[in-house]
Design a protein around this ligand. Structure first.
Ligand code: FES
Length: 192
């Protein structure tokens, strides 16, 4: 071992190997920052995504008995202004007769029961139904004002929903889901 090498190590100066290691470490850190930025940038929703986060639907033209399907976050949303007879038909059902006794209403606690009012637009708005129009069996879009209960009928495998969108017959396991929604006025519904 030469005198020079002994002195260098003894003074704690970085060896050539240490130096290469540090340089590589720095390049790695810079690289990580450069990669992270575009990634974070991509995670920001663009304007069109934000616009779809919630929608407002004017339902002024929906007379009792009429329905409308709108698209929200890529899903069909059924909005129906039920007739008094349709509301009454939903009221007359006993919870014990339901295949799925849970409301499946995103505006209520997860264990809320599938009463006629908790499946509707709420007290004073019982005539309104707002639901995600996706069959809870395998995701087909059920037909409205159809089926044995004059609610919705899914022709894919024969699931029958009542006028409150509750599953009554067929292979679907759950009531049609109710999304987050609120009434901005008597004729305007915000979904999402
Ligand atoms: S997808 Fe609706 S019954 Fe199968």
């Amino acid at each position: 071992m030469s005198e020079h090498e002994t002195t260098s190590e003894g003074m704690g100066e970085p060896t050539r190997r240490d130096f290469l290691y540090l340089t590589t470490g720095m390049a790695g850190a810079v690289g990580a920052v450069a990669v992270a930025w575009p990634f974070i940038d991509q995670m920001r929703p663009d304007a069109s995504t934000l616009a779809l986060a919630s929608i407002e639907v004017d339902v002024a033209s929906l007379e009792p008995g009429m329905s409308l399907t709108v698209k929200w976050r890529g899903k069909p949303i059924f909005i129906r202004n039920r007739t008094p007879e349709e509301v009454e038909a939903a009221n007359a059902v006993q919870l014990a007769d339901l295949k799925d006794p849970i409301a499946r209403n995103a505006n209520l606690p997860v264990d809320a029961q599938a009463t006629a009012v908790d499946r509707s637009g709420g007290k004073g708005k019982e005539n309104w139904i707002v639901m995600i129009g996706t069959c809870t069996h395998l995701g087909c879009v059920p037909l409205g004002q159809a089926g044995e209960y004059n609610g919705w009928f899914c022709p894919c495998h024969g699931s029958v929903y009542d006028t409150a969108g509750r599953i009554r017959k067929g292979p679907a396991p759950q009531n049609l889901a109710i999304p987050t929604f609120s009434f901005l006025s008597d004729t305007k519904i915000k979904i999402g």
